[in-house]
Design a protein. Structure first.
Length: 353
């Protein structure tokens, strides 16, 4: 190997074949994997069951670093947000949202986003680049460092879940996301189960089928409208992958997985928040035979956005109507608003208005 390789983000079999090139036997893979992903070590010299010679060889051939933490902020509601910088100077935000005895780390998959949804702060900036698998995983590793959660059992972890709901459209960076999820779920390392990972997408239909086959994580669809025309007005991707086709694919996903599909529905004042919209949604779900759960999300305004949040009364009436039709429709209030950590508020630092 000529130049140093990033170790974090290599699949086990890739690490194995690099070690083979260095003349190391295959059992070393598991040892190194555990130091990196179970004990969270960032220094080869702390890997005490490896010979000094091997530790030196590893140091000469691999990079084992974390992104730099530029700022770390905590909200009054204990939501935490880190601004992280990668080797090329690009920055992203990662958020931890605590619940009583567990919590989710919200991870970004791209710098910016090409989807251009009208209500989204990330979408108002162009796509700069995809994140590598290593960069996706290392956001979670930073959170584990900060909460000192290496080497502890699953049920005791505060960082129990992962949501791919930060900056970017995960299915536009498919290969790296698949690789990252495989590493995050590996039982000899980080060990987060598939059931605890939710992938949120604006609806890239072909990849929804693939994700079903390759990963089987929980799926959340950003719906945000109850008919095709309205969805196209706020989500340009709907012109390429229209609502009826999207719902058909959701139906198929559910046939394979059972359970329910989560739909995120942003409550936008006077746009999609009337009772008639709730009725229309319920009819759609019946038509496509989808067992749906709706997360009604309070819209988080940002400077320069045309939309306004719906009133609490409207949101409650909307939720009640969906429940009357038999659908769960919890209201998601924004977390971490004071530190701009809520959904749709993440943006690269240098792009902030
Ligand atoms: N690109 C993926 C995942 C990241 S966005 C997707 O769109 O699903 C995560 C969630 O935040 C999506 O449901 C998105 O619609 C929502 N969101 C975007 N802008 C928002 C805003 N201003 N207020 C509240 N939620 C927002
Ligand atoms: Fe991209 Fe999701 Fe924002 Fe749309 S809502 S612009 S897909 S990050």
């Amino acid at each position: 190997m000529n130049e140093k390789k990033e170790l974090i983000g290599l699949l086990k079999e890739e690490l194995s074949s690099y070690l083979k090139e260095l003349g190391e036997p295959s059992f070393r893979t598991k040892q190194i994997w555990q130091w990196v992903y179970f004990y969270g070590k960032t220094d080869f010299h702390e890997m005490t069951n490896l010979s000094k010679n091997l530790r030196l060889k590893l140091e000469q051939n691999f990079i084992l670093s974390r992104p730099k933490i530029i700022t770390s902020q905590q909200s009054v509601d204990k939501t935490k947000k880190w601004l992280l910088e990668f080797n090329d100077g690009q920055r992203i935000e990662t958020v931890y949202i605590p619940e009583t005895d567990r919590g989710a780390v919200c991870i970004s998959t791209q710098i910016g986003c090409a989807m251009g949804c009208r209500f989204c702060h990330t979408g108002s900036q162009k796509l700069t680049r995809d994140l590598t698998a290593g960069e996706i995983i290392s956001q979670f590793m930073v959170a584990r460092d900060e909460y000192k959660e290496w080497n502890i059992e699953g049920e005791k972890r505060k960082l129990s879940n992962i949501v791919l709901m930060g900056m970017g459209e995960p299915l536009q960076n498919y290969d790296n996301v698949v690789k990252a999820v495989k590493i995050l779920t590996d039982g000899e390392g980080i060990g987060i189960s598939k059931r605890r990972i939710t992938l949120s997408t604006s609806g890239i239909i072909p990849y929804i089928r693939d994700i079903d086959r390759d990963l089987g994580v929980k799926l959340a669809i950003s719906l945000h409208a109850s008919n095709n025309e309205q969805r196209s007005q706020i989500m340009p991707i709907n012109k390429k992958y229209p609502l009826p086709e999207l719902l058909q694919v959701c139906h198929e996903y559910q046939e394979n997985h059972g359970g329910y599909i989560t739909f995120e529905y942003l409550m936008l004042k006077d746009f999609n928040d009337k009772i008639s919209h709730a009725e229309e949604l319920a009819m759609l779900m019946k038509k496509y035979q989808i067992n749906a759960k709706f997360n009604l999300i309070a819209f988080n305004p940002w400077p320069g956005c045309d939309y306004k949040p719906s009133s609490n009364n409207r949101i409650h009436a909307f939720s009640q109507k969906l429940q009357d039709y038999g659908y769960a429709a919890p209201i998601r209030t924004a977390r971490g608003q004071d530190i701009l950590a809520a959904c749709g508020q993440l943006k690269s630092e240098k792009e902030k208005i």
